[in-house]
Ligand binder design. Structure first.
Ligand code: SAM
Length: 287
């Protein structure tokens, strides 16, 4: 493992927090040697196969759920999530910055609650519910929150698409979750129903093409969830420099026009230029 370069600044708190879940950041592919030592071979094989299957948009729901159950288990959660520790960190940092005093918050697709407990711990004036359809991940989340002594959060195993509350949440957070729900229009309907008037939805999702970003934004906008903020978060897990759009929507907010194509082009150009700079540095350092 490479030494965490963020110790000693604002990010250290989140990295330290994730370490309680066995999640560590790796600067390069030495991650795979570490993971081989830390995951039994059979589990490693199942996880690798699970990741391949996830690419299939028609993957049956139960197989998807089984996969998230598998990676929600103690000793599996840490090694698997470590491949995207910085992505989790940057997303969590952004979502945390959107939380306001007194908010009733939902962490949608919270998995093992590694970010839910972070928000709850930092902001003891909020109440936060984490939900996920993966029962084993939720059991782990409950146990870990109790172990860490965090009281202002709770967890429920439930399918978001059948989630019932009406006008309940000031803020719904989705970090890498909404994008994995195939019926996004149905999810947008639920988001609209459960959010209070003027409530917000923050979504940081791997929408890695113009088409995916446009589809995501227009689907939520079609349900009167208005985009009010667009920026990007960047991360370098396993030596791979990438980024995700960070979006904030407001229920019944004013309609603004965003040039998503131009924003995406700038984002893409930044990623490519930065990768080139990193590659040049690497080549020079190798002589
Ligand atoms: C990639 S994980 C993201 C976990 C966490 N939010 C993070 O940022 O590290 C996506 C999670 O969404 C959950 N999920 C997917 N579809 C769901 C649904 N319909 N209802 C509830 N949870 C769902 C999965 O079980 C999984 O735990």
């Amino acid at each position: 493992m490479t030494k965490n370069p963020n110790k000693g600044n604002e990010m250290d708190d989140l990295f330290d927090h994730l370490e309680q879940y066995g999640i560590k950041w790796f600067a390069d592919e030495c991650y795979f040697d570490w993971v081989e030592k830390n995951l039994p071979e059979e589990v490693f094989r199942k996880v690798s196969k699970g990741f391949e299957d996830l690419d299939d948009p028609n993957l049956p729901r139960n197989i998807r759920r089984n996969f998230f159950n598998l990676i929600g288990m103690d000793r599996v959660c840490g090694p698997v999530h470590s491949m995207k520790a910085k992505q989790i960190c940057r997303s969590g940092e952004f979502a945390d910055s959107v939380i306001e005093k007194g908010d009733s918050v939902l962490d949608l697709g919270c998995h093992t609650g590694h970010l839910t407990t972070y928000y709850a711990r930092r902001k003891n004036y909020i109440s936060i519910l984490g939900i996920d359809e993966a029962q084993d991940a939720i059991s782990f989340a409950k146990g870990k929150a109790a172990e860490l002594g965090i009281k202002n959060c709770s967890f429920e195993a439930i399918d978001f698409l059948s989630f019932e509350p009406l006008n309940h949440f000031d803020l719904v957070i989705s970090t890498q979750s909404l994008y994995s729900i195939t019926d996004l229009a149905k999810a947008a309907k639920v988001l609209r129903r459960i959010t209070k008037d003027n409530g917000r939805i923050v979504a940081i999702e791997p929408l890695n093409s113009r088409e995916k970003l446009n589809h995501f934004v227009s689907t939520l906008e079609n349900h009167q969830l208005r985009l009010e903020h667009l920026s990007f978060v960047f991360y370098d897990d396993l030596g791979n420099y990438q980024g995700n759009p960070a979006l904030v929507f407001r229920k019944n907010g004013p309609s603004k026009k965003y040039d998503l194509d131009t924003a995406f082009n700038l984002f893409h150009t930044h990623i490519l230029s930065f990768r080139k700079i990193l590659l040049d540095i690497l080549k020079k350092s190798r002589g």
